[in-house]
Design a protein around this ligand. Structure first.
Ligand code: GLN
Length: 270
């Protein structure tokens, strides 16, 4: 059954996860598949598996087919209302947690939360933090709220356009905003995900510019702004931060060694 998926050109890990899914088993149960490698597939299950393989082949993300995605140790439910959380974004969470070290009950706002991934990962690691998560999309917020409830994490959710209406004095503003240029060829491979979570103007930087511009009015003295961005945008984002008056403008690499997030600290008294 896995060889049938392989002959369709489906990645082995994806095929294993889809098979476990139709068998009603946990996606952590790949060892079970090895032990039962030669078992015949139940006739009742085969059409479901074939249909999921066909959808995967047509480009639907495995996470949507499974309805779940693991992120920073959290099991999140996802569907086409939200971008699939990427492992690269765990870099942003780890950096955010470093920025919060030594601060008691820090206040954090996650802009464009989507599935809630970043906000929920921070809240899980820092139970004392007051984490707010905003998204312009009511659909995305419904997914994020569901994840927060299931995980028992007390993140507050608000529907808003970036920082419009947000409080002042945050210790940390964090965001994985849309950052792909309108004409970017990579968009073809992302057509199943919400375009509003991906595309940001002619150079991909429209939303990052807006956030950098608005952030100082909402940061505490010594608060951080951390942003994820495209593989070739780190110099531009660091420059935007410097121009806006942020100190210590710097970047962090993703798992592939690409500078994937940039940030700076806001000092009210210079
Ligand atoms: N990292 C995603 C991708 O390139 C894009 C996420 C985003 O635009 N924020 O697949």
């Amino acid at each position: 059954m896995l060889s049938a998926a392989a002959s369709m050109g489906i990645d082995r890990l994806d095929a294993q996860l889809l098979l476990l899914h139709v068998l009603g088993r946990q996606t952590t149960d790949r060892a079970w598949l090895l032990v039962h490698d030669t078992d015949p597939l139940d006739d009742a299950v085969w059409p479901n598996y074939a249909s999921l393989c066909a959808r995967r082949k047509a480009g639907e993300p495995t996470a949507y087919l499974l309805g779940e995605k693991e992120f920073h140790g959290l099991g999140l439910q996802v569907d086409p209302r939200v971008l699939v959380p990427r492992p690269d974004t765990e870099t942003l969470v780890d950096w955010a947690l470093q920025c919060l070290e030594g601060r008691d009950a820090p206040t954090v706002i996650d802009l464009g939360t989507g599935s809630g991934a970043i906000a929920l990962a921070i809240q899980r690691a820092r139970r004392d933090a007051q984490v707010t998560a905003v998204d312009a999309s009511a659909d995305a917020l419904a997914v994020a709220r569901g994840n927060a409830e299931r995980l028992g994490l007390p993140v507050r959710f608000q529907q808003a356009d970036w920082l419009a209406g947000a409080d002042a004095g945050y210790d940390l503003i964090v965001s994985n905003p849309p950052y792909i240029a309108r004409e970017d060829i990579h968009l073809a491979a992302l057509q199943h995900e919400p375009q509003g979570a991906l595309v940001s103007g002619d150079d991909g930087l429209d939303d990052i510019r807006r956030i950098v511009d608005a952030a100082p009015a909402h940061l505490a003295d010594g608060g951080w702004l951390l942003l994820e961005h495209g593989y070739d945008q780190s110099a531009a984002v660091r420059e935007l931060l410097r121009e806006r008056g942020f100190a210590e403008s710097q970047s962090r690499d993703d798992l592939a060694g690409i500078a994937r997030c940039s940030g700076g600290i806001w000092r009210a008294v210079k």
